[in-house]
Design a protein around this ligand. Structure first.
Ligand code: ADP
Length: 511
């Protein structure tokens, strides 16, 4: 505890008030005599200036409190002179602590007079404003940074309005984009920035209401410049949170070029797609008619070959008989190919109206119509019940026939073909419709992973033609038909371990 300097005498008769001043910590409060020497001290002097009572009272401290520059400019005396003349003086300036560090202070000096009116000294109050000053400085700097950002964003119109739509601020970018100077825009209603049609339908008000309600709105619309021309504006509008008066910030850019080139691109793509569709359609009908027209001469070849065989069969030399057999075989193969191409065209081109259908019944019909799919040649079993599905009868018959005939065809020599058909329920897929997956599992030769990738394409035959007959179109028909019925196909297999083909289709909706 420090001893009280006996000269410490406050010019107040109120003891309670005197004690109160001594205890004040956040203000340095003291009196000085006419020579500028402190005659009193309080706790705030220690806190703010760093002097103990002993170091302070009666000492030559004035030159230590003021900065050397202010001492040099005679500021301490000028302040006292001013207070003497006007009764008091107040000033905000940098001061020094005992350790010579500086702080920004708010100072107040009052002249003290005795009962006869004679000047006897001064009463001083000093408050440390460093934190406030720092906050102010940081605020100023951040405002300056913000101003620089706003000014340098020349490609962006950054505008604030009040909640009624009156323009409050207008940056250089806004001037560039809309053509109005800040003087012309600020204070006016933002409605002028909209096209007459949008103004008539109160688009600006609707946008403001959305922003005030939801905090944010996206702007994608035509806006109007000062000269009446239009540009496509793209941007966002935000409600500025915690703004006392309520304000709206709008950030826009001129996106006309991008919009027009996007539209142009879309038109080009649309045009090309339409042309491509037309060409594909023409090609399809061309190939269909070619395939169709080829069947008549083919049938003639087959028919005349049979007639030749019947009329001259035994009279022909063995080489001639071989030629005849080859002609018949080739004609038959070509006929098969033409039929498959026609089947593919039909599945790809014709309408496939879908109705609730029993897949189990279609499977039974296909098996019944083909001896190759029946015992003793093959065994085909259905596990469980297949639910009604939504499909096209003709297309599904083709799909089932192709998968089953492949299943019994592609087996190793000496292996008795077996196919197991089972159903898997699938959760609702992307389109939200309940579906069912039907698996056809065979005990055939299997398929390599690489071949699985391309086997659903046209004319893909993965085994030597000498060993397994075919056209390479069957699975292409399967995929096309299933996809056109809104489903999908799949395969899982390993060479030597059989194959599992799946078709996934929508379940029939039962009411
Ligand atoms: P293909 O007329 O040759 O049967 P597909 O389009 O039906 O034509 O089948 C394409 C190829 O996929 C076949 O040539 C065969 O190599 C292979 N493949 C199809 N189904 C099976 C199967 N169940 N097991 C093994 N390989 C198969």
């Amino acid at each position: 505890m420090e001893s009280r300097n006996p000269t410490n005498a406050w010019h107040t008769s109120d003891e309670g008030f005197r004690r109160l001043i001594e205890q004040v910590k956040d203000h340095a409060i003291f009196q000085i005599d006419l020579q500028g020497r402190p005659t009193t001290w309080n706790e705030g002097v220690r806190r703010i200036l760093g002097f103990t009572e002993r170091e302070f009272v009666g000492c030559e401290v004035t030159p230590l409190i003021f900065t050397p520059e202010d001492v040099h400019a005679n500021v301490p005396q000028k302040e006292l002179d001013y207070a003497t003349r006007h009764g008091s003086a107040s000033d905000d300036r940098w001061l020094c602590r005992k350790d010579r560090s500086r702080f920004f202070a708010s100072g107040f000096t009052t002249a003290l007079h005795d009962s006869t009116g004679k000047l006897i000294g001064f009463f001083k109050v000093i408050r440390d404003l460093t934190d406030m000053k720092r906050t102010e400085q940081a605020l100023r700097e951040s405002e300056e940074r913000l101003r620089l950002i706003l000014e340098s964003a020349t490609d962006y119109a950054i505008i604030t309005t009040n909640t009624a739509g009156k323009i409050l601020t207008w940056n250089f970018g806004a001037q560039q984009i809309f053509g109005y100077s800040a003087e012309e825009a600020v204070g006016h209603h933002a409605r002028v920035l909209y096209t007459p049609e949008d103004r008539a339908s109160q688009c600006d008000e609707i946008e403001r209401e959305t922003v005030l309600r939801e905090g944010r709105a996206v702007t994608e619309c035509w806006q109007q410049r000062k000269d009446g021309s239009r540009f496509w504006a793209s941007g966002v509008t935000h409600r500025i949170p915690d703004h006392q008066t309520g304000a709206i910030l709008k950030i826009l850019r001129d996106w006309t070029e991008q919009k027009l080139s996007k539209e142009k691109l879309e038109h080009t793509v649309e045009d090309r797609t339409a042309r491509l569709r037309e060409t594909v359609g023409e090609l399809e009908s061309f190939s269909y008619s070619v395939a169709h027209d080829m069947r008549a001469p083919l049938r003639a070849m087959q028919g005349f070959a049979i007639m030749l065989q019947e009329e001259l069969g035994n009279g022909l030399s063995p080489p001639a008989q071989d030629y005849l057999r080859r002609i018949t075989n080739s004609a038959n193969r070509l006929d098969l190919l033409v039929q498959d191409v026609l089947n593919y065209s039909r599945v790809a081109r014709s309408d496939l109206p879908r109705v609730p259908i029993s897949l189990a019944q279609i499977i039974a019909e296909v098996i019944e119509s083909s001896p190759n799919l029946q015992p003793p040649k093959a065994d085909i079993n259905i596990d469980g019940e297949i639910p009604m599905i939504c499909g096209n009868h003709a297309a599904l018959t083709q799909v089932v026939a192709n998968i089953l005939s492949n299943g019994v065809k592609f087996v190793s020599p000496g292996v008795h073909p077996r196919i197991r058909i089972r159903v898997e329920d699938v959760p609702e897929i992307e389109d939200g419709k309940p579906s069912v997956k039907v698996w056809f599992e065979d005990n055939g030769i299997g398929i390599s992973a690489e071949a699985q990738q391309r086997m659903f394409q046209m004319f893909q035959r993965l085994n030597p033609a000498s060993r397994y007959e075919g056209t390479g179109i069957g699975l292409a028909i399967v995929r096309k038909a299933v996809e056109r019925m809104g489903g999908s196909v799949g395969v899982e297999s390993e060479p030597g371990k059989g194959s599992r083909f799946s078709i996934q289709l929508h379940r029939a909706v039962t009411t």
